[in-house]
Design a binder for this molecule. Structure first.
Ligand code: AMO
Length: 450
C-alpha cells in the first residue's frame, strides 16, 4: 500500500482523469486515465481482468502476466468495491462492454473495501429493500438505483423551469411551525426552547400568505413531515413537496390547468433526457399523457361502483379505488393521467373553498397518475369571515389561526394552489412499487437511520 501511495503522489493526478463513457469513445491506441470502483475481477490463465465502474459507465481493463506482471498481480488481488485508477491504452474487443477495453500500463489501488461487501450492488434485486436501505450508499453503486435520483434531479429542474417561466418565484418558508395545517393528528412535535412547536406538514399557510403579500404566484420545493403511522408503499413520514399557489384565479380549474402542464412538461423532459435509460433499467415506456380528463368525486364513486368496486368510505377514494379508477379511465379515455374534482368538504382541510350552491362539496382536486394520487389542491377560501367560520366548523381554534386569518382582512385576491409529492411522481414514472425506493434516505415509522 505504501508503495502505491508513493507512486500515486509522483505520477497520478485526477486532473487527467476522464469519465469511462468518454474513454470508450476514444480511438484504439489512445492513452487514458480512468478511475472508479471495482465491479468484478476475473483471472483466466495468464490474464487478469477487472471491470471498473464510475458514474458514467463501466469498462473492462486487462493485464497479461507475461507483459505486465506487476499489474497482473495487483488486479488478481483486487476485491469488489475497491477504488482504483488505471492508466492504459484502448484496444478493440468485440467481447467487451462498449466494444473496447483498456490494456493496463499502471494501476493504483486508492482505497480498499472491507470484505465481504454487505450487499452486492449488482444483485440489488435479490436483496430485500430493508437491507438495501440499511446499506443505501452501497445500494446506490448500482447504476439502476442511481438513475432514480438522476431522474428526480431532471424532474425537479423541469418543474422549477416550468413554474419560473410561468411567473412563479421560488420561496422558502419555515419548517418549524406553531400550528398544524392539514389536520390535527399527523404532526411531529418539536421542543422549541420552552414552547411546543411542530415540523411543518405543508407550506400551505405561508404560500397563501405570500400570494396575498403581493407575489401573486409562488412555488416551493421542500421537505414536509407527516406523523402518519402508515405502513404502506405510498407514505413516507418525510417527503419532498412541490407546492404552488397562484392569485387572481376564476376557480380551481385555473390551478388544474397550470399543474397538468407542469406535470406534462416534467414527464416530457424526463422522457427526452432519460427515456431510453428508463426503458432499459425499469422496462417501462415514458409517454407524456396528452389528454387529462376530469371526473367529479361523485362520478368517480359511481364509476367504481358500476365496475364492482365498493368504496368503504362514501366520502373518500382509497388506494385500491384510485388504482381501479386508473384502470377504468385508461380503458375508457386512453390516458394514465386524470383529475378527480369536487371532494366532499368533510375530507378537505379548513382552507378549502366550498362549492357555491353545494356546500357539502369543495372546489378541490386530486391528480391521479398511473393509479396513484400525486397532487392535491384547491381554490382557497379568501373571505376572512367565511374562513373563520370554516376553522370553527373543523373544530380548530380561531385564536391559534389568528396569524393567518388576519392576513385576509387586508386585501386578499381569490387564489388557489396545490402540492405534489415528488417521490410519488418519480415512483410512478419509473414504475417503482415502493415509494421508499424513490427517496434517497427514507423515513418511515420504523426507519430513522441511516
Ligand atoms: P396533501 O396532504 O394531499 O395536500 O399532500 C399533497 C401531495 O403530497 C403527497 N403526499 C405524500 N407523499 C409521500 N408520503 C406521504 N405521507 C404523503 N402525503 C401526501 C401526495 C399528495 O397528493 N396542502 C395540501 C396541498 C394544497 O392544497 O396545496 C396538501 O399538503 O402526492
Amino acid at each position: 500500500m505504501e508503495k502505491f501511495q508513493k507512486v500515486m503522489q509522483m505520477t497520478l493526478s485526477f486532473k487527467e482523469r476522464i469519465p469511462i463513457s468518454e474513454a470508450l469513445r476514444k480511438a484504439e491506441g489512445d492513452r487514458v486515465l480512468i478511475a472508479g470502483w471495482v465491479h468484478t475481477v476475473r483471472v483466466v490463465g495468464g490474464v487478469s481482468f477487472v471491470v471498473i465502474r464510475d458514474r458514467s459507465g463501466m469498462v473492462q481493463c486487462v493485464a497479461k502476466k507475461n507483459v505486465n506482471p506487476e499489474a497482473f498481480n495487483i488486479v488478481k488481488e483486487l476485491g469488489s468495491e475497491d477504488v482504483v485508477a488505471v492508466k492504459g491504452s484502448l484496444i478493440s474487443s468485440k467481447a467487451s462492454l462498449g466494444g473496447k477495453e483498456i490494456v493496463i500500463d499502471e494501476i493504483y489501488v486508492i482505497s480498499r473495501a472491507a470484505k465481504p461487501v454487505p450487499i452486492d450492488p449488482d444483485d440489488w434485486e435479490k436483496t430485500s429493500l430493508a437491507t438495501r436501505l440499511d446499506w443505501r450508499f452501497l445500494d446506490l453503486r448500482s447504476p439502476r438505483n442511481r438513475v432514480i435520483f438522476e431522474v428526480t434531479d431532471v424532474a425537479i429542474n423541469a418543474m422549477r423551469d416550468f413554474y419560473r417561466s410561468n411567473g412563479f418565484i421560488e420561496i422558502f418558508t419555515p419548517k418549524i411551525v406553531a400550528e398544524a395545517t392539514e389536520g390535527g393528528a399527523e404532526v411531529f412535535p418539536v421542543i422549541y426552547f420552552d414552547r411546543n412547536a411542530f415540523l411543518a406538514q405543508s407550506p400551505q399557510l405561508y404560500k397563501q400568505m405570500m400570494v396575498i403579500s403581493g407575489f401573486e404566484r409562488v412555488f416551493e420545493v421542500g421537505p414536509v413531515y407527516r406523523a402518519e403511522k402508515h405502513h404502506t408503499n405510498r407514505h413516507l413520514t418525510e417527503y419532498e413537496s412541490v407546492d404552488i399557489e397562484m392569485g387572481f384565479i376564476d376557480d380551481h380549474e385555473d390551478v388544474m390547468r397550470m399543474v397538468e402542464r407542469a406535470v406534462q412538461h416534467t414527464i416530457e423532459t424526463v422522457s427526452s433526457k432519460y427515456g431510453k435509460i428508463v426503458e432499459e433499467y425499469f422496462k417501462i415506456k415514458l409517454d407524456t399523457p396528452k389528454y387529462v380528463p376530469r371526473i367529479t368525486f361523485r362520478e368517480a364513486h359511481k364509476l367504481l361502483e358500476s365496475n364492482g368496486f365498493k368504496q368503504p368510505d362514501p366520502n373518500d377514494i382509497d388506494s385500491e379505488g384510485e388504482k381501479a379508477l386508473g384502470e377504468i379511465i385508461e380503458r375508457e379515455y386512453g390516458t394514465q393521467l386524470f383529475y378527480v374534482t369536487e371532494y366532499p368538504w368533510v375530507k378537505r382541510p379548513f382552507y378549502t373553498m366550498k362549492k357555491d350552491n353545494d356546500p357539502n362539496y369543495t372546489k378541490s382536486f386530486d391528480l391521479i397518475y398511473r393509479g396513484m394520487e400525486i397532487v392535491s389542491g384547491s381554490q382557497r377560501e379568501h373571505r376572512a369571515e367565511v374562513l373563520e367560520s370554516q376553522i370553527k366548523e373543523k373544530g380548530l381554534s380561531v385564536e391559534s389561526f389568528n396569524f393567518f386569518i388576519r392576513v385576509f382582512r387586508y386585501g386578499a385576491p381569490p387564489h388557489g394552489g396545490s402540492g405534489l409529492g415528488l417521490e410519488r411522481l418519480v415512483a410512478q414514472m419509473l414504475g417503482i412499487k415502493n415509494i421508499r425506493e424513490a427517496r434517497l434516505l427514507p423515513r418511515d415509522p420504523e426507519r430513522l437511520t441511516p
